[in-house]
Design a protein around this ligand. Sequence first.
Ligand code: SF4
Length: 328
Amino acid sequence: MHARGLSLLSGGLDSQLAVCVLRDAGADVECVTFATPFFAPDAARKAAAALGVKLNVVDFTDDEIALVEAPPHGFGGAMNPCIDCHATMIRRAGEMMARLGYDFVATGEVLNQRPMSQNRQSLGVVEKTSGLAGRLVRPLSAQLLDPTIPEQEGRIDRSKLLGLSGRRREPQFELAEKYGLVDYPSPAGGCKLTEKGFGRRLKDLMVHEGLRERRLVELLNIARRFRLPDGTGVVLGRDAAENAALVKARAPTDTLLSPISVPGPTALVPKVCTPDGLDQAARLVCAWSRFDTFSGEIKIKIVSGETTAERAVPRPYLREPFLPFQLC
Ligand code: SF4
């Protein structure tokens, strides 16, 4: 009887190859991918469609936020808790395996591809802490690792599994050609947590408003943000789509500002806004608005709670004073 496995699919080349190799070894494979506001499952969906494999998309936001708040093994180069994130994904896949009756979980990990997180010891630790001892298959490096239970039972043909090790990518590119895989993103691409600028915005939100409100976390993708000296946070839309997203995301405790008399950005001030913060936010909206050179003021609509008000902001509409407070 063939083993039935759940393979982690990011959409990257290694995760796609893992599916192909497992199939060659006689396993029935389905896939799982994880989604958060920091990484979308688009690449995995595309890869699953190309491979003709069933894909389960699991929301991973709460797990990821808990890890960003307190990563047991720290961060990578930005706010990316990769070691713990990867181990938690495997653990969640293991829980699915137990719940849905799969025989094993698989990943596209390659021994020694990453010096810290994919050496022999780290792979062993992940296997043990995920509760998957003997049921975590790494088909790309399996020949160099201990046989897993499905291999011992002969339900996966171990001789068809591979013995890749190290950082060289040529063997994977040859395998991609063999299996006809042409569409795959770069290995580290796609996760916002690995971007330093995004990390700064995330840290600012964590310190000031916290990460518990998903709408505020999702707004981190809007990159024009300010933290004013009194602690007021301002998120400024950069185009019509972002302005609409800010309107949609507003909670009753937030304040929304938009210019009435000229075209310009919408601004969201999360949580309670102080009078000074509101004044500064209104000036900020004016500074990024297109203004009529003959007009001495810009009218701003301010929506706060159930109240809508108007305020006229006089010239000058300068951006420079706000630039030191922009988070990028
Ligand atoms: S790159 Fe992002 S998704 Fe991948 S392990 Fe690191 S934190 Fe998790």
